[in-house]
Design a protein around this ligand. Structure first.
Ligand code: SF4
Length: 223
């Protein structure tokens, strides 16, 4: 079976398990980008706490833009890498304001996905995953972000080599993700990674994907 068909099968199986996830349409595109920068290398709880503190301390993005980078770092410290993240946020806001005269990213909704990705990724602290999450979650673009769960599962099921990097996984999925399924497949793979295909102890005994899984067929290790 080719990998495109295999991806369709896995996506269908996960939809049977978890259904079709809803996209949260609240918040602006810029909110989503900042939240996603804060989410790098931390969990959802700490990301949310950092975002809440940041927006409480600075109720508008204009106020964040005016703030000293150390002030920003001190309020987002809970999310980790505070120095790096505060610089990324401040630098991006400065660029956005200089280029467009306002702190508004809503125009990304109508921009071509590739162009929007390039525009975001030219900034330090914004990689392809952060760009794709922003475009998929806030704008409804058909792009497929690869997180740590998705990278692991992609290797176990045999979509990509055990040595593939996250960048290679993004490249692979940009051509192999089933059409129209980027958001639901992404969300369902993450749920699957949390509930079934755990990093340390995958629950293969209850998994509906054993017949597709290279890791399972290889006795519980990557080839
Ligand atoms: S069979 Fe095991 S390793 Fe393979 S996808 Fe399922 S839970 Fe993960």
């Amino acid at each position: 079976m080719n990998k495109t068909q295999k991806a369709i099968n896995v996506s269908d199986e996960l939809e049977k398990l978890f259904g079709l996830p809803n996209r949260d349409k609240s918040g602006t595109v810029l909110d989503c980008l900042v939240e996603t920068i804060l989410s790098q290398n931390t969990n959802d709880v700490n990301r949310d706490r950092a975002f809440k503190t940041l927006t409480k301390e600075f109720p508008s993005w204009e106020e964040v833009l005016e703030a000293d980078v150390n002030q920003i770092a001190s309020v987002v410290r809970i999310a980790g890498l505070a120095g790096q993240k505060s610089h990324a946020i401040k630098n991006f806001l400065t660029w956005l304001h200089t280029k467009y005269g306002k702190l508004d990213l809503e125009f990304l909704r109508d921009m071509d996905s590739e162009e929007a990705t390039q525009m975001l990724c030219q900034h330090k602290g914004i990689g392809i995953k952060t760009a794709y999450v922003t475009l998929a979650f806030a704008c409804g673009h058909e792009v497929f972000p690869v997180d740590t769960h998705i990278l692991r599962i992609s290797k176990r099921i045999g979509f990509i080599s055990s040595k593939a990097t996250a960048d290679q996984a993004h490249q692979f999925w940009s051509t192999t993700c089933p059409e129209g399924k980027a958001f639901s497949f992404h969300m369902n793979l993450i749920t699957f990674g949390r509930q079934v295909c755990d990093a340390r102890k995958p629950k293969c005994e209850v998994c509906p994907l054993t017949d597709q899984c290279v890791y399972f067929q290889n006795g519980g290790q990557l080839p």
